[in-house]
Design a protein around this ligand. Structure first.
Ligand code: SAM
Length: 276
């Protein structure tokens, strides 16, 4: 386990992932019933954008910093959630998914966080002190299945792995199939990086073969043509997204595309059903 999210916190992928997570949970919270929020790969919870690791990559400059330079009100909720962990208007600290989720909790909701890397798990414990979250240091895929079905009737599982293992996509596919058998109505969000269109297409074909209905694909391509060998963008698979979320999605995606477009590129963000 070499991956450390502190090198990447607040990058363009985090902006899209965390913005959509806020919108998704808020849509589910239009109903009063309790939610269980499960973050299988939680990371550290809070990141110092001025720290050595973040400064070495400079990725936040293309993500959260652009989102803060943008005035589109559709990104207000995201900016407010980042501001909530900062003193002053500018983002010096970046909240990880555990902090975004903790901010959204209502009294009836539950939060379960899991992080296997011992150092990150220890930082997570510190970052989440005072929050009602339950913390685990287990293998994400084992925990994912062990927590289903959730204790509350509704819930969201966020799966956000580093993709440093060659079998990561295969483990996700197998665990999602098993999770769907135990919890067919649950909402699952899976983050993925985009390297090239062929790899992405092959994985989508395998996921389509699972036959899971209501499987939304969100793809954010940063550049106007594939840039070989580098990170080309990222996306989310969302199983069972609520109607209120999918209805409000197109203008939010356009706001994110416009805020995050690299110099000289328009980029593209789309959302479509896997079986269309
Ligand atoms: N979800 C976080 C966020 O949005 O702020 C970022 C998570 S980061 C992309 C992935 C995390 O998964 C890393 O902290 C890594 O240590 C952890 N991890 C990797 N493999 C894991 C496994 N098999 N089980 C649990 N955690 C794992």
């Amino acid at each position: 386990m070499n991956y450390r999210h502190s090198f990447h916190a607040g990058n363009s992928a985090d902006v899209v992932k965390h913005s959509l997570l806020i919108a998704l949970v808020r849509a589910l919270q239009q109903k009063p019933g309790a939610l269980t929020l499960i973050d299988t790969h939680a990371g550290c919870g809070l990141y110092d954008l001025g720290g050595d690791q973040a400064q070495r990559t400079g990725e936040a400059a293309h993500g959260v910093v652009r989102a803060f330079a943008d005035a589109n009100p559709l990104l207000d909720d995201y900016r407010a959630a980042v501001r909530a962990v900062n003193v002053g208007a500018e983002p010096h600290l970046y909240p990880g998914s555990p902090q975004f989720l903790a901010q959204l909790l209502r009294p009836q909701d539950l939060l379960i966080l899991n992080e296997k890397h011992p150092e990150d798990a220890s930082e997570l414990r510190g970052a989440m002190r005072g929050s009602p979250a339950a913390l685990h240091e287990r293998d994400a895929y084992e925990l994912w299945l062990a927590m289903l079905p959730t204790r509350t009737p509704r819930g969201v599982v966020l799966v956000d792995p580093p993709y440093e293992q060659t079998d990561e996509r295969a483990r996700i596919t197998a665990t999602l199939a098993a999770a769907h058998r135990k919890w067919a109505h649950g909402v699952t969000v899976i983050w993925y990086p985009l390297k090239d269109r062929a790899t992405h297409q092959q994985w989508k074909n395998k996921l389509r073969n699972l036959g899971i209905p209501k499987f939304l694909v969100v793809e954010h391509w940063l550049y106007d043509a594939d840039m070989p060998g580098i990170y080309n963008g990222a996306g989310l698979f969302i199983v069972n997204p609520p109607y209120a979320f999918t209805q409000a999605l197109p203008p939010l995606l356009e706001a994110l595309r416009a805020a995050l477009a690299p110099e000289g590129h328009r980029g593209e963000i789309s959302a479509y059903w896997l079986d269309d």
